[in-house]
Ligand binder design. Structure first.
Ligand SMILES: Nc1ncnc2c1ncn2[C@@H]1O[C@H](COP(=O)(O)OP(=O)(O)O)[C@@H](O)[C@H]1O
Ligand SMILES: *[C@@H]1O[C@H](CO)[C@@H](O)[C@H](O)[C@H]1NC(C)=O
Ligand SMILES: *[C@@H]1O[C@H](CO)[C@@H](O)[C@H](O)[C@H]1NC(C)=O
Ligand SMILES: *[C@@H]1O[C@H](CO)[C@@H](O)[C@H](O)[C@H]1NC(C)=O
Ligand SMILES: *[C@@H]1O[C@H](CO)[C@@H](O)[C@H](O)[C@H]1NC(C)=O
Ligand SMILES: *[C@@H]1O[C@H](CO)[C@@H](O)[C@H](O)[C@H]1NC(C)=O
Ligand SMILES: *[C@@H]1O[C@H](CO)[C@@H](O)[C@H](O)[C@H]1NC(C)=O
Ligand SMILES: [Mg+2]
Length: 667
């Protein structure tokens, strides 16, 4: 009755805002006032806005706050400790989250004099001498942010029940069990946010429970820690209740915002609305002092490396693109695609290298189409526009015996041409190898010859313009997956047309395949292609290179050697011995004779592609060549033209060389 009167008096008294109730039986603080019934010492104080500040931020300080009147925890002197209940709201602020902030504790103790207790890990509660001494009579709930091995702490963020010792009898990581689904939700003691803690002692069951939750949340049903312990053996009568705290290494503050206590009854509810406001964490500015330079350094570094990466990427994939190319857009490939298609032009993708550059195999990223990418270096931009225009127009040429040009890409000093990939490679590999598995039989050879004749006929006569190939040779004859012959690289020689004076003679093509008049005048015509095709015919039938000083000691030029056989009437002996006489003699002799006729030094003696095709198909009877038809002396012919043909034999090159010319002539 006395209690209720007191409560009434106080509730309707003069200080309703902060200090609401006090009696032996019940306390309720929504914030504190300097004059309130609270004994504070050392670093502890009550701030002007009503917060109880247990530590003031100085290094290694400690502070306490106690309700000044001791409470009777037993009904009579030698009775057991009765049930009691505590609720409080605290917050830990720290300028440097990574630094130690120690912690605080709710305490029930026989005295308010903690002058001999130590700060830091002792939380202002004990010292090294009396820690664990049963004569302490201290019961405390510690909220600890430091892992002290000597007290067997579990982690750097835990709640523990301490009896006479800082080594907790029971502890748990800070957090709560969610009422809805029972899962454990972690909480951070030093987050700076207000956290509510409930401590309940059941005098009959002798059970201590500790519960914790964010301020706005109602008390969770399942306690965080629950343990059986008879506090009758611990607490003295009467005992003081209050808080103890120790500061950390650097500026850290421990606040209590509200507090309630009930003896033999639940602690009154703390109304979060009535609690004083926590100071704005002023650690922001200080935090920035440390974090900002690091963050900006990281930022600058990140931006720097981004820029470097982007620039490198840009340089790596840089292309040349000019206005005049817009019309060729669809035929233009991005360098990036070609780069990825060939995995950065790795050597393992190298198909081969010729006079114009290296050829790589690749698969286009978008379509997975297999392509051959030819990298041609070009220094001069002169004539390039015309060349690209030609390339694109050539790209429109479609024939089953021509290697399809898919498009191009241009970079500084470099032109990339993209062709269909021919899975069986080039014919020269089959003609001159010693692997019996690779040797082509006569049927295959004759078919390839007809394929190439048909491709060349298309270029010369069937397409909308006359296209001169300029570089017919075995390595430009490619074999697709079905072993069809396909002519490649047509028109490439045009690249070396630098718009130079037509009088200056540059030879383009490959030595051994060059018609005599081409060497003299530098002017390519369909009949110079026919000459090279003739050499190619001899090459396929004989399985020998057009120029080879070793194999035919006295006849370095294949054409002279075959002519010699023809003159002796032993033409069949010129046929490739690797065929082991397993071939159609008529076809082979036709090919050899046709080869000789095509490679005739007099242009007007050479047949055109139309006739060649018909001879090969058997549609046209091959003329009986008289001796006079063929009895030209190549040697004298060439010397007469002022050109020493044998000089060429010293150049046993098999690669294309540059010259001038027009790719296609008007029809
Ligand atoms: N479209 C292609 N598909 C498959 N392989 C090719 C293709 N184009 C060229 N090659 C290979 O690359 C090699 C080099 O070609 P190239 O640079 O034209 O030189 P050359 O024709 O003078 O030998 C050829 O010998 C051939 O084996
Ligand atoms: C504090 O409480 C004591 C008794 O518990 C009382 O005498 C005193 O007036 C109170 N002081 C204040 C400032 O409330
Ligand atoms: C904090 O409290 C201690 C007493 O424990 C005092 O010496 C110190 O000056 C106080 N520091 C501040 C910043 O108020
Ligand atoms: C309480 O303790 C006193 C001595 O301290 C003893 O005389 C008395 O019998 C005890 N009472 C009970 C009920 O145990
Ligand atoms: C606290 O206790 C110490 C010794 O333990 C004593 O010297 C000091 O005077 C006491 N202080 C108060 C305020 O009683
Ligand atoms: C416990 O403290 C008391 C009084 O302070 C002292 O006499 C006793 O020796 C201490 N016991 C131990 C084990 O330190
Ligand atoms: C339990 O509830 C909490 C809060 O509602 C939620 O964050 C958590 O994911 C839930 N856990 C499960 C397992 O459903
Ligand atoms: Mg080639």
């Amino acid at each position: 009755m006395k209690f209720f009167l007191l409560c009434f008096l106080l509730c309707f008294g003069l200080k309703p805002a902060f200090f609401t109730a006090a009696s032996d039986d019940q306390l309720l603080y929504h914030g504190f006032t300097a004059g309130t019934n609270l004994t504070v010492d050392e670093a502890a104080s009550v701030t002007p806005n009503g917060l109880l500040e247990l530590t003031n931020g100085s290094l290694g300080c400690k502070g306490h706050a106690f309700y000044p009147t001791p409470l009777h925890f037993r009904k009579s002197h030698n009775d057991t400790v009765q049930s009691f209940s505590v609720a409080f709201v605290f917050a830990i602020h720290s300028s440097y989250p990574i630094m130690s902030r120690q912690g605080l504790a709710f305490v029930v103790a026989p005295s308010m004099n903690f002058s001999t207790a130590l700060a830091n890990q002792y939380l202002g509660l004990m010292n090294s001498q009396n820690n664990g001494n049963l004569s302490n009579h201290i019961f405390a709930i510690e909220l600890d942010t430091v892992l002290n091995i000597e007290f067997k702490d579990i982690n750097t963020n835990h709640v523990g029940i301490d009896i006479n010792s800082l080594q907790s009898i029971e502890s748990n990581s800070a957090g709560y069990y969610d009422d809805r689904n029972g899962t454990f939700q972690d909480m951070v003691l030093a987050s700076g946010d207000a956290i509510q803690v409930w401590v309940d002692y059941n005098g009959e069951a002798k059970k201590i429970s500790v519960t914790m939750a964010p301020l706005q949340m109602a008390k969770p049903t399942r306690p965080l820690i629950s343990t059986n312990y008879d506090l009758s053996s611990v607490l003295q009568d009467p005992s003081y209740i209050g808080f103890s705290s120790s500061g950390g290494e650097v500026d850290s503050r421990h606040y209590v915002l509200g507090w309630s206590f009930g003896m033999n009854k639940p602690a009154p509810l703390i109304n979060s609305v009535k609690l004083p406001k926590l100071p704005q964490p002023k650690h922001q500015s200080k935090l920035l002092k440390i974090i900002l330079p690091i963050a900006s350094a990281i930022f600058v570094f990140a931006v720097g490396s981004m820029v470097i990466l982007l620039v490198r990427r840009k340089l790596r994939y840089a292309e040349l693109k000019e206005d005049w190319e817009i019309e060729f857009g669809p035929h233009r490939f991005s360098y990036k695609d070609l780069f990825h298609a060939t995995e950065g032009f790795k050597n393992k993708h190298l198909l081969g290298a010729g006079g114009f550059g290296k050829v790589y195999k690749g698969a286009l990223p978008s379509t997975k189409l297999e392509v051959a990418v030819k990298r041609v270096s070009h220094e001069s931009r002169q004539g390039l526009k015309e060349f690209v225009a030609e390339v694109v127009s050539i790209g429109r040429i479609r024939h089953r015996n021509l290697v399809q040009l898919l498009g191009y890409c241009r970079r500084k000093d470099e032109l990339l041409l993209v062709y269909d990939y021919m899975s069986n490679g080039s014919l020269d590999k089959y003609l001159y190898c010693d692997d019996p598995m690779l040797i082509l039989n006569w049927v295959q050879r004759f078919r390839i010859i007809k394929d190439i004749a048909s491709g060349l006929l298309y270029l010369h006569e069937k397409w909308e313009k006359v296209v001169i190939h300029r570089d017919i040779k075995a390595s430009n004859v490619l074999l697709d997956s079905e072993m069809n012959g396909r002519l490649g690289d047509f028109g490439l020689a045009r690249l070396y047309d630098h718009g130079t004076d037509m009088q200056t003679t540059h030879v383009v093509g490959t030595i051994g395949y060059l018609a005599p008049e081409l060497i003299c005048t530098g002017k390519a015509t369909p009949l110079t292609d026919v000459f090279a095709f003739g050499i190619f015919l001899l090459e396929v039938a004989c399985g020998q290179r057009p120029v080879n000083s070793n194999a035919r000691a006295n006849q370095p030029l294949l054409v002279d050697w075959v002519l010699e056989h023809w003159n002796k009437g032993s033409l069949a002996e010129a046929v490739d011995t690797r065929l082991q006489n397993d071939y159609n003699v008529d076809e082979a002799c036709l090919v050899l004779k046709l080869g000789l006729l095509c490679a005739h030094p007099f242009t007007n003696a050479r047949p055109n592609m139309q006739s060649i095709m018909r001879y090969l198909d058997g549609d046209l009877q091959f003329p009986d060549l008289t001796d006079t038809d063929m009895s030209f002396s190549l040697l004298s012919q060439m010397q007469g033209e002022g050109f020493d043909r044998y000089a060429l034999s010293y150049l046993s090159l098999n690669t294309s060389i540059g010259t001038i010319s027009g790719l296609s002539g008007g029809r």
